[in-house]
Design a protein around this ligand. Structure first.
Ligand SMILES: Nc1ncnc2c1ncn2[C@@H]1O[C@H](COP(=O)(O)OP(=O)(O)O)[C@@H](O)[C@H]1O
Ligand SMILES: [Mg+2]
Length: 301
């Protein structure tokens, strides 16, 4: 992709960022997402297989499109996992230089009326195709429902026909890219799978549900968060051995991973004193913050 520089200024429309892979920072992200190891292993295996198999086995045998879709409630770690997966996949192929293209769907759909379809076609047929010619490429399609919206649920009065055509363009381009470029993998995420067009989901090689954390996972996320804080504020480690610490994990059930980490920040902000000296945080502060976060959730805020 000779015309594309690796800085944000000259990126083609719709591409938010291009990163060379592997990128150890994304490895840290992958490790920070606490999830059943089987899920992570299956994701990595599917992604690795995509690059191994597609150049060797004809599409008439296995019609792979090179698309993995992560679905689950907001805040469950889908975007982080997708970025981390890109790194881990690239790391599995020692000699190849991979690249991660991050797409910003809103940049395409906010185009002037009548231009979305064209913007989508150009992105896929030019920018993404050129990257795939250059070397193995992973494309993050975050919040894909924006691009591949379910046409059957779309009212043409409420939604511009432009978006309708954008979905068509995505599907056409995915088929073309699947035929022509075997060293390409799309990692798509969606908070609202019911809003994604069924023709898109039928093209996915793997659809993985990313669940809300269970009690054990809540405990581990909380622990990971507190351990991270203890690097700067060592006394925070005392919370992990406090008798009531297990109650905090139980109180977090019903919160997603993002909400748990934000709840810890709220606990640190329990009073001006804890804000000034985070080492003063107590288990009671955590319990109260977790209860408040859950109460908000129950009221839909
Ligand atoms: N299962 C999890 N384990 C650890 N942290 C998590 C988990 N889920 C979410 N998080 C935290 O929440 C933040 C937001 O996650 P993100 O990947 O943006 O979620 P999503 O894309 O599903 O909305 C991440 O930075 C991560 O720290
Ligand atoms: Mg996300």
């Amino acid at each position: 992709m000779a015309t594309v520089k690796l800085d944000d200024v000259d990126l083609p429309k719709g591409i938010q960022r291009i990163r060379p892979l592997p990128d150890p920072a994304l490895g840290i992200l992958w490790d920070s997402i606490i999830l059943d190891e089987c899920v992570k292993s299956q994701l990595l295996s599917q992604a690795v297989l995509n690059f191994k198999l597609r150049g060797k086995v004809d599409r008439s045998v296995i019609p792979l499109h090179g698309v993995i879709l992560l679905v689950g409630p907001p805040g469950t770690g889908k975007t982080s996992l997708a970025r981390g997966l890109a790194h881990r996949t690239a790391e599995s192929f020692q000699k190849a230089e991979f690249r991660l293209l991050e797409i910003e769907p809103h940049m395409l759909t906010s185009s002037a009326m009548g231009k979305t379809q064209r913007a989508v076609s150009d992105l896929f047929s030019q920018s993404i195709a050129e990257a795939a010619v250059d070397g193995p490429t992973i494309v993050l399609l975050d919040e894909v429902e924006t691009l591949a919206a379910d046409r059957s649920k779309m009212s043409l009065e409420a939604n511009p026909i432009d978006i309708h055509r954008a979905t068509d363009a995505v599907l056409v381009q995915l088929d073309i890219l699947a035929e022509q470029h075997t060293n390409l993998l799309f990692l798509a995420t969606s908070n609202f799978p019911q809003a994604v067009d069924s023709a898109f989901t039928s093209r996915c090689d793997l659809i993985m549900q990313v669940p809300m954390p269970d009690r054990e996972a809540c405990g581990r996320i909380l622990e990971d968060c507190l351990k991270g804080l203890s690097i700067s504020y060592p006394a925070i480690l005392k919370l992990l051995v406090a008798p009531d610490f297990k109650c905090c994990a139980a109180e977090c059930v019903g919160l997603d991973g993002r909400a748990i980490r934000k709840m810890v920040v709220n606990a640190l902000a329990s009073s001006p004193q804890t804000a000034m000296n985070p080492e003063l945080i107590t288990v009671e502060n955590l319990l109260a913050a977790a209860r408040a976060a859950k109460a908000n959730r129950e009221q839909g805020v």
